[in-house]
Write a protein that binds this ligand. Structure first.
Ligand code: KG4
Ligand code: ZN
Length: 340
């Protein structure tokens, strides 16, 4: 089969991205990160939508140029249908619908969380089915049983905050700018992970809860700051290392349990928090201990990007799974499963 040329757009949160799938591979992946949220300590939805509106045309033009292609060569237009922020998703959805209508080409709606997992098929080292994927992002934390490209089952997930949210909220308590995850990662590398003790929240089965850890950190800091107002500055590395250790332990204990119970040795991680060096190291250690084959995406495919949207769109295209012009964004979108 001749490879389709697919333009994919990602606009679910605070990254405006466009990618081109062509010649059976990703040929361009352009990402405009929105700086505007840093000073507010989190993503401001209204501002995210406006920034997407501003970035989307230049980002798409740059992606087409980088892939040496033109609008007329496109076989399909893909966009992130959900989950994500409604106003942010609307920008990508409306843009993709208009372009598909004007070119008279099929429209493909992609699930962002499944796309994070399918980012593993962009490179050469790809997991074998069935595999387990720990997907850890700013909005979700899931353990997914991946039976095929478009056949996935969530076997456990967070009941409250996501892992990335726990990183970002901790960073906010430490007066670090948004997004705090990468900064905690940096400071943690220089600190002692056992300097301070935070509780591991026990949840049934393969589920997670991160709101308790966040509250424990809040009370811990309040108490210590009463005794010493410079406590954070003096202990930043150790606090970050201890918090990161607790979050990674929580994630890895459930992953180990799921791998044992399902008797699966193919283990992947995905999503923004998969960029965390502590988590990447821990997965390498677990891989040796449990004889796992582990798969960790390139840094650029961990955080939000349209390449992963294009990759999933390719599988949907092969199945002729298209949207029509009445399609709407779905902020709480369920997985798309096309079981054989
Ligand atoms: O997947 P992603 O880019 O967006 C969502 O779909 O949410 O994930 C963003 C999340 C943010 O919470 C960010 O702080 C976190 O990923 N993150 C990290 C690191 N890089 C990004 N968390 C910990 N360590 C990192 N190195
Ligand atoms: Zn994401």
């Amino acid at each position: 089969m001749i490879s389709p040329v697919i333009l994919a757009i990602e606009s679910s949160c605070d990254e405006t991205s466009a990618a081109v799938f062509k010649d059976n591979k990703i040929c361009a992946n352009i990402i405009a990160t929105q700086e505007v949220h840093a000073k507010y300590g989190g993503v401001v939805p209204e501002m995210a939508s406006r920034a997407h509106e501003k970035h989307i045309i230049p980002v798409v033009q740059e992606a087409l140029l980088a892939a040496s292609t033109t609008k007329n060569e496109l076989d399909a237009i893909a966009f992130t249908k959900g989950p994500g922020l409604l106003g942010a998703l609307l920008v990508g959805n409306t843009f993709a619908k208009s372009l598909a209508l004007s070119l008279n080409k099929p429209l493909i709606g992609v699930n962002h969380m499944q796309a994070h997992i399918l980012a593993h098929f962009i490179g050469d080292k790809t997991p074998r089915f069935p595999f387990l994927c720990l997907t850890v992002s700013g909005g979700h934390t899931q353990i997914v049983l991946v039976k095929n490209y478009l056949d996935m089952e969530i076997i456990g997930e967070t009941q409250d905050d996501a892992a990335g949210e726990a990183f970002d909220k901790t960073a906010k308590l430490l007066d670090l700018p948004y997004p705090g995850g990468p900064l905690i990662d940096q400071y943690a590398a220089k600190g002692n992970a056992h300097a301070f003790d935070f509780p591991l929240t026990q949840m049934p089965e393969y589920n997670f809860s991160f709101s308790g850890i966040k509250t424990a950190i809040l009370y811990f800091l309040r108490g210590r700051l009463k005794q010493d107002k410079d406590f954070i500055q003096k202990n930043l590395n150790d606090i970050c290392a201890s918090v990161q250790y607790t979050l990674i332990e929580t994630l890895s204990q459930k992953l180990v349990k799921a791998a044992k119970d399902y008797n699966i040795h193919e283990i992947a991680i995905a999503g923004g928090v998969a960029a965390n060096k502590g988590l990447r190291n821990k997965i390498a250690v677990l891989s040796r201990q449990h004889n796992w084959n582990t798969y960790i995406p390139d840094f650029k495919y961990c955080t939000d990007n349209a390449a992963m949207i294009a990759q999933m769109a390719f599988y949907l295209f092969q199945n002729n799974y298209y949207e029509n012009q009445s399609t709407e964004p779905d902020p709480r979108m369920a997985f798309i499963n096309l079981r054989a």
